[in-house]
Write a protein that binds this ligand. Sequence first.
Ligand code: HEC
Length: 135
Amino acid sequence: MKSITLIALTTITLMGADGYKVYKNNCMKCHAEMMTKAEVIKSINTLKAPPMIEVSNKLKNNIFTMDDDEDVKRRVVIAFVKDYIDNPSVQYSMCEPMAIEKFGIMPSLKGKLTEAQKQAVSEWVYDHYEGKTFN
Ligand code: HEC
């Protein structure tokens, strides 16, 4: 039994950080995991940031790649998220101006996450919401 647990743990370590865990520890206090548009409107005054389903949908809708390959687009979106964690900026934000006025620009998390954690959470932001529409 023990060796099975050990093998399982080793596999997780080799695969890198757990994106959902990184999200829960570093993003969730501002970005809710799941919300509908109606819920966002209702609780706009207590929200600190757009919910992550909205962020994920927005990036997928706004980032175009000429290549038809879904993998290319996935990599570009993941690279955007990964960079945004360290370098949030009004120049790169795809939030509506009104939302930025309301929430302000995200504070930089530079130095708080390892490369592997940034990669894992960025992949999670893409993959977790595949087929899930913000509406
Ligand atoms: C202290 C609050 C806070 C934390 C913590 C936080 N964010 Fe944000 N984030 C914001 C706010 C506010 C915005 C909207 C304004 C903007 O685009 O900068 C935002 C925007 C974003 C955007 C850009 C969305 C767009 O449309 O351009 C991404 C990507 C993002 N966050 C990812 C993350 C990830 C991943 C984490 C965790 C590793 C995280 N955020 C942690 C507050 C936060």
